[in-house]
Design a protein around this ligand. Sequence first.
Ligand SMILES: [Zn+2]
Length: 157
Amino acid sequence: MICPFCQNANTRVVDSRVTGPKGGDGIRRRRECPECQRRFSTLERVEQRMPQVVKKDGRREPFDVSKVLQGLQVALRKRPVSSEWVQGAVQRIEQGVFSEADKGEISTHRVGEFVLAELRSVDRVAFLRFASVYQEFNTAEEFMELIQPLLTSDQDQ
Ligand SMILES: [Zn+2]
């Protein structure tokens, strides 16, 4: 397993536990990178249970949590957000996807909304970066709709 922070190829497992909504359909492993000392989690599941992500053009591909991590890291580049938060967010997004995948399927749009919800709570710049890349806005109104909650919470302060 490659370290998501420094790309070092050798990481070690520090903890493994069985997980899953019905108990025992996945294994979560806590890993540590001996190069950068950072920790991250991986989740192994049998492939049939992995939700299929339905793209805009109708093609499907297995949900890949590493893409979620990648998207978060790009959005959060040089932002003051800890790697611990990122790992927690990845797990929450993954849980959301697994619990919501209807008949084993979920749209890329919905996955993006999970990511946006996490970013909105932690860093506005990252939120807007992700929104501008992953949401396809048809109109300026759609974009305003998305950022309206941010503007509103400004006024509350
Ligand atoms: Zn590392």
